[in-house]
Design a protein around this ligand. Structure first.
Ligand SMILES: NCc1[nH]cc(CCC(=O)O)c1CC(=O)O
Length: 328
């Protein structure tokens, strides 16, 4: 016997609310994750646009004092229950876990490399000495300075369109951005060169996304989020982010880390480079990993590599970079 009002139609679930920043990059990556979840589970999802402090402030990103300016607004909404889950760029997530929240899924990573967008289709090696290269990231400035100390690195911020506009207008000769982000805003055609990990290591988590929700909902009503989890990517980013946390550094630190989990092995490369590019500690290590779900191995790899780097002075380079940042 079916009572009136509890019929199948009556219990049709409302679409889940996915909270996202308003930028083109954020909405594109959020919509991509939403579409994949819907494809795999049938769950309907709608985007809810949230404004974050990092999106409105004019302060230079490295001057904001602390990580997570892009994620805090979304986390507030998760805790308040106004949204069901959020999609972040993993690179922007502080390494300290947020209380009551969990990364329910880490989808398969996009291209992790950094990309050069230069005038006249120029490659990095072909930029004339003295060329003005825009980037706001200490990690990029440090590694680029190590490769080409003869170029001038100019701090910039703003979204990808704004940055590319400075090349188009002739204000800058080139800008360096994440390849994955350029793809998401439909500007892959502006890329004139890409940096292989041998030249420049990406930021920990670059190119990857994180799906976050309240802890108690991950295994219950939001269990469908696990449909987009990619264990190999999770092992990689866990190893990369452990380097960052062991060095007590954040997203504004000159730390590159890149892990690859394939064929039962987890390889991790990391670099800490002084802002002028002159001093650097670079290490790599590979371990066997029976299953990508074995996150203890990923954490152990990150920790061991970071400790080796600290023994070689990596923590001093990080401390100096922060001291420079905090001195106006
Ligand atoms: N810090 C901003 C940010 N966060 C994520 C990306 C790019 C996409 C990604 O790395 O996943 C960017 C822009 C950039 O670094 O060019």
């Amino acid at each position: 016997m079916t009572a009136e009002g509890t019929s199948a139609e009556g219990t049709t679930a409302a679409p889940a609310k996915l909270g996202t920043r308003r930028s083109t990059m954020a909405t594109t990556q959020s919509q991509g994750v939403a579409d994949t979840i819907t494809e795999r589970t049938g769950q309907a999802i709608e985007l809810e646009l949230i404004t974050s402090f990092g999106d409105v402030t004019k302060a230079h990103l490295t001057q904001l004092g602390g990580t997570g300016v892009f994620v805090n607004a979304l986390r507030d909404e998760l805790v308040a229950g106004t949204i069901d889950f959020a999609v972040h760029s993993l690179k922007d997530l502080p390494t300290t876990p947020a209380e009551g929240l969990v990364l329910a899924a880490i989808p398969e990573r996009d291209d992790p490399r950094d990309a050069l967008c230069a005038r006249d289709g120029l490659k990095f090696a072909d930029l004339p000495a003295g060329s003005q290269v825009g980037t706001g990231s200490p990690r990029r400035v440090a590694q680029l300075s190590a490769l080409r100390p003869d170029l001038v690195y100019v701090p910039i911020r703003g979204n990808a369109e704004t940055r590319l506009g400075k090349v188009a207008s002739g204000e800058l000769d080139a800008v360096v951005l994440a390849y994955a982000g350029l793809g998401r805003v439909g500007r892959r055609d502006s890329v004139t060169d890409v940096f292989e990990p041998e030249q420049m290591l990406p930021a920990p988590g670059q190119g990857a996304l994180a799906v976050e929700c309240r802890t108690e909902r991950a295994d219950t009503d939001l269990a469908y989020l696990s449909s987009v989890d990619h264990p190999a990517t999770r092992a990689e980013v866990v190893a990369e982010r452990t380097v960052l946390s062991e060095l007590e550094a954040g997203c504004a630190a000159p730390v590159g880390a890149y892990a690859e989990c394939t064929g039962g092995r987890l390889r991790l490369r990391a670099a800490v480079v002084a802002t002028d590019g002159a001093t650097a500690v670079r290490r790599e290590r590979t371990v066997d990993i029976a299953s990508p779900e074995d996150l203890d191995t990923a954490v152990g790899l990150g920790r061991d590599l970071a400790r080796e780097m600290i023994a070689e002075g990596a923590d001093r380079i990080v401390a100096e970079a922060f001291a420079e940042r905090d001195t106006p």
